[in-house]
Ligand binder design. Structure first.
Ligand code: DX5
Ligand code: ZN
Length: 228
């Protein structure tokens, strides 16, 4: 492992489990742990905020005891206040809500912290970083979406300038900068150079012909080289 450059957080690889075989979800989580990922990124979709429907809290809870990995819930849902407690109880230690879905973001983030979880905010590609300016001190993770949420396998939207803006805003805080969507060997260096340290990857990890372990190690190596 290459140590991060001064002032940079260690790279974390956060696989999205959207591409896995849902009939073998538990085994897939174990394979991810064996492949050396740092946490599991659960893409929770309600069919309203995004036109897709995925994991309820009980589905995530059913895998919790199978791995030691941290779980983060990316809540692509309307009115997330209704669901946050359920995903923390299911075993997610980081909960990311979309700024676009929250009428009272400051209160929601405070509630996530009160539950003992790490509060995070996800921003759709069009949403400016400035929306989190007044809650920056409540954030543990800021997720810059590099696709329009709802599906895996989409083309990366070049938003390095937005990632850099997020890094400027959050300089001096403990907040990780996460990117999500189209992250793989050909896009990871640009987003890490811009300031990202927490990398969600779905299809790129699972389509590596040399297997998951190689995909994870390769993505990490490319990211660490871009931090140097
Ligand atoms: C999209 C999800 C992403 C997506 C990433 O709504 O938030 O996590 O699954 O998948 P890839 O890496 O294939 O773009
Ligand atoms: Zn996601």
């Amino acid at each position: 492992m290459t140590p991060p450059a001064a002032g940079r957080r260690p790279v974390k690889i956060a696989p999205s489990v959207l591409p896995v075989d849902f009939a073998r979800l538990g085994e897939e989580c174990q394979a991810l742990e064996k492949a050396g990922v740092d946490l599991v990124h659960w893409d929770v979709m309600d069919g309203v905020f995004v036109p897709n429907l995925t994991f309820g809290p009980d589905v995530i809870a059913s895998t919790r005891s199978l791995v030691d990995l941290e779980f983060e819930a990316h809540l692509m849902v309307v009115e997330p206040d209704r669901l946050v407690d359920r995903y923390v109880e299911a075993g997610c230690s980081t909960v990311l809500v979309h700024a676009e879905a929250c009428d009272h973001l400051h209160r929601t983030l405070g509630h996530i912290a009160e539950l003992g979880a790490t509060p995070g905010v996800a921003l759709n590609p069009h949403t400016p970083v400035s929306v989190v300016r007044h809650v920056r001190d409540l954030l543990g993770v800021l997720l810059v979406m590099t696709v329009n949420p709802g599906f895996g396998g989409q083309a990366y939207i070049p938003l390095e300038d937005k990632v850099a803006e997020a890094a400027d805003l959050l300089a001096g805080t403990d907040c990780s900068i996460e990117v999500d969507g189209g992250i793989g060997p050909s896009t990871v260096a640009a987003v890490v150079a811009a300031g990202a340290d927490r990398l969600v990857s779905g299809s790129a990890l699972f389509r590596d012909p040399e297997g998951l372990e190689h995909a994870v190690a390769d993505l990490r190596a490319r990211a660490e080289a871009a931090q140097a």
